[in-house]
Ligand binder design. Structure first.
Ligand SMILES: [Zn+2]
Length: 384
């Protein structure tokens, strides 16, 4: 008992710790709004508060939602520090932090980690309902307004300060940084989507939108035992990617919709797909997906995290075909761990090592975004 008591920091110790905390300086790439250049600035790292962890960012991938913000398709409070698909190295663990990752492994200074895109109050109603991404006191890395000393909360910066109740996973050095960086957004979101779909084993699956979410979904469904996986997109390059990540058949959405649907029906034994995942957010793709479902089918919508036109759905078809539609935004801690386990087992089985098509330094962040918008690679990486 005595040892336990000694391990817990007392209030006066916390105050001393905060006072004694480091006075590091780091760079941030400040995003001031769509159409404006990033501003590179040096800031002092503020002292840690109890329960926080200071991380040195080592690799960040630029996610589709970063690009949407950059292009003005979604609004974030500006100025902000974008980037939330991050791998970092532990520099300091403040008293009050449990000192372990989600799997109970001891966290040490120098450990390579990734962490949930959010933190929230674990005792809030939504957290207790299995939706911590909608919990109280929600804090999302790469989505917080930069103000005063609160600037180290995104991936486009030298450091990131992790809030208490952030889910951390310790990474092995064997997983390459460009693979590990995508774990905490795209891969975990796909894990959440599969959870929403239920058991995939023996099912036929159609995926619309073959960006990083789509190709990861194809590989995850393959590993989960899907019997047939169709991938649909408007880009020939992405359809080609889909085949490398486990899709059996691909559908060019530029073609006539009725022809495509007939082909899907034929490939699913005349029934239509059991599950359709929409990763694109395109209304046409979501409507197409519903049309491609068979009796008892389930549509999981993931991609439309921006404003779209309302969909046209025939309610009679939803009712008579016993169709379910579900949405998933972000993921919970179990999905995050599922994503890690999946990637740990499979990053060499599928070409995940190739998803980062070009790397940049933080000083080249403007070029990184311009390149990503112009060339639509699966990911660009920022290497520190
Ligand atoms: Zn993201």
């Amino acid at each position: 008992m005595k040892d336990n008591n000694e391990a817990l920091p007392q209030l006066n110790e916390l105050e001393i710790y905060v006072e004694a905390s480091t006075s590091r300086e780091g760079e941030i790439a400040l995003f001031k709004g769509p159409g404006q250049d990033f501003e590179l600035k040096m800031f002092k790292v503020r002292p840690l508060r109890p329960g926080e962890v200071l991380v040195k960012n080592v690799y960040t991938t630029i996610c589709g939602s970063d690009l949407h913000t950059y292009c003005g398709l979604r609004n974030e409070p500006c100025p902000t520090v974008l980037g939330h698909e991050i791998v970092g190295e532990v520099l300091e663990i403040a008293p009050g932090h449990p000192g372990i990752d989600l799997r109970g492994r001891q966290l040490e200074v120098g450990d390579r980690i990734t962490w949930t895109v959010f933190s929230s109050d674990p005792n809030s109603v939504n957290s207790l309902r299995g939706m911590p991404q909608k919990g109280d006191k929600l804090y999302k890395y790469g989505h917080v307004q930069a103000s005063g000393h609160e600037v180290f909360h995104g991936g486009l910066a030298t450091y990131c300060i992790l809030q208490p109740d952030t889910g951390i996973i310790k990474l092995a050095d064997t997983m390459p940084l460009p693979v590990a960086a995508t774990l905490n957004c795209s891969v975990s979101t796909v894990a959440g989507a599969l959870r929403m779909a239920g058991n995939i084993k023996g099912k036929t699956v159609l995926i619309t939108g073959m960006g990083h979410l789509g190709i990861t979904c194809a590989a995850m469904c393959r590993e989960a035992g899907a019997t047939w996986i169709g991938g649909a997109d408007v880009s020939a390059k992405r359809l080609n990617d889909a085949l490398s990540f486990g899709a059996d058949e691909v559908f060019d959405m530029n073609a006539d919709t009725d022809v495509l649907l007939r082909s899907i029906i034929a490939s699913t034994g005349g029934k239509g797909a059991d599950v359709v995942f929409d990763m694109s957010g395109a209304p046409d793709a979501m409507e197409f997906g519903i049309a491609g479902l068979g009796i008892g089918g389930c549509a999981i919508w993931v991609g439309a995290v921006f404003n779209t036109r309302p969909l046209q759905i025939d309610p009679e078809r939803i009712i008579r075909s016993l169709i379910t539609i579900r949405g998933i935004h972000n993921y919970n801690y179990e999905d995050f761990q599922y994503a890690f386990d999946f990637m740990d087992r499979n990053w060499q089985k599928y070409p995940f090592i190739e998803v980062v098509e070009k790397e940049f330094s933080l000083d080249e962040v403007e070029h990184a975004f311009v390149y990503a918008v112009a060339h639509k690679p699966l990911r660009v990486g920022i290497k520190f």
